[in-house]
Write a protein that binds this ligand. Sequence first.
Ligand code: S3P
Length: 446
Amino acid sequence: MSASSLSSAIPPSSPTRAIRRARSLGGVLSVPGDKSISHRSMILNAIAQGDALVQGLSSGEDVMSTMHCLQAMGVSIEPAGGPGSYTVKGRGPQLAEPSDILDAGNSGTSMRLLSGILAAQPFMSVITGDRYLRERPMLRIVQPLKQMGAQIMGRRDDSLAPLVVRGGSLKGIEYDLPMASAQVKSAIMLAGLCAQGETIIHQPALSRDHTERMVSAMGGLVEENGLDLSIQPAMLNAVDITVPGDISSAAFWMVAALCHSDSRVLIRGVGLNPSRTGIVDVLQEMSSGGGIELLDQRVEGGEPVADILVTPAELHGVEIGGDMIPRLLDEIPVLAVAACFASGDTVVRDAAELRVKESDRIATTVEQLTRLGADIEARDDGMVIHGTGRLTGAECESHGDHRLAMSMAIAGLLADGETTVHGAADASVSYPQFWQDLDLLLEDVR
Ligand code: S3P
């Protein structure tokens, strides 16, 4: 779909939120628990033996979708006192047949990872999602899971949800991942835990490795050798998990504070898993090392964590592609905002996967930033942003995409005049407190 056809294809969502250029930005905040780790903490503990205390779970709608699907399959997940604290009672690998359709909402991670679990269950289940998720590609998980022995059907030749899964006994496979997707890798690994024999996955590039880390911490056998990994069938032991702050959410404030001329923002407890820190590396390259300080670096719950202090910096354009892309894929819309305020051109290539995210993020990012006067062009596998050092407030639209809504809010904080974001509430998919935190950064300096 071309960028220009998008505005007429999708009606504007509500509610809206108006933002004016911030006079200054300052404060201390904590972002929600990492979304990827949150999903895995629920799913892996659900199929483990024993009880686990999960703390710092994301309250985003995506993670709640995973939780509700697991509860519908008989998994007890109860609040444990304190925000983001839950007790998960592991059932072992055998879940209960759900009595109704499972709803993954907007969450690709829920649908793909849970399909890996459903593939091994000796019952029939149906999993669906919202109108955006029902248009996202599922053949990428259906094919390997079928090869392992599951029966899966979906719309359009089994490529789109709703998916009907009749699982059962699976066999390990050797699989060449066609794309560097942690969701696909994880779906195969989860099925592999319940299969007979070893499962081997060859990756085209490294993607986030939270599943590998958590399965190993729970006593599973995962071996990694460069881009190849193998997993053995195993009964996992439940583990307590403290979920670090989500670097993908922190990225919004990092860009806002770097690009503003009067800012000082401290983001506490952000996860810095090396498979996720592409945004820090690229912003530091753009600022020649200025503006971002990693403080109190530590390891919490098996993941590296730090507080991130961000202050203004002069940015210059960069070229990104190849192995860097999976390390910052979700941050590219907000990186495009930063690139508008950099000197020179920023080129993003090898990022065609952006076209099959919550929206076609190449088309929607280019279209929305163009509305604010950005000099930006879409490419088949990325975009080119000619930094002009300014944006001008305008009406813009989330296209049902949480990260686009938040990226445009950051653009609005930095643009001259007023910006209106339609679909502002979509932020709740990953960051329910986003608008409150934005107000906090504005208030703190009043
Ligand atoms: C995720 C993996 C990424 C990312 C998504 C969450 C995960 O998708 O875009 O937001 O938790 O595994 P792919 O790895 O499928 O590209």
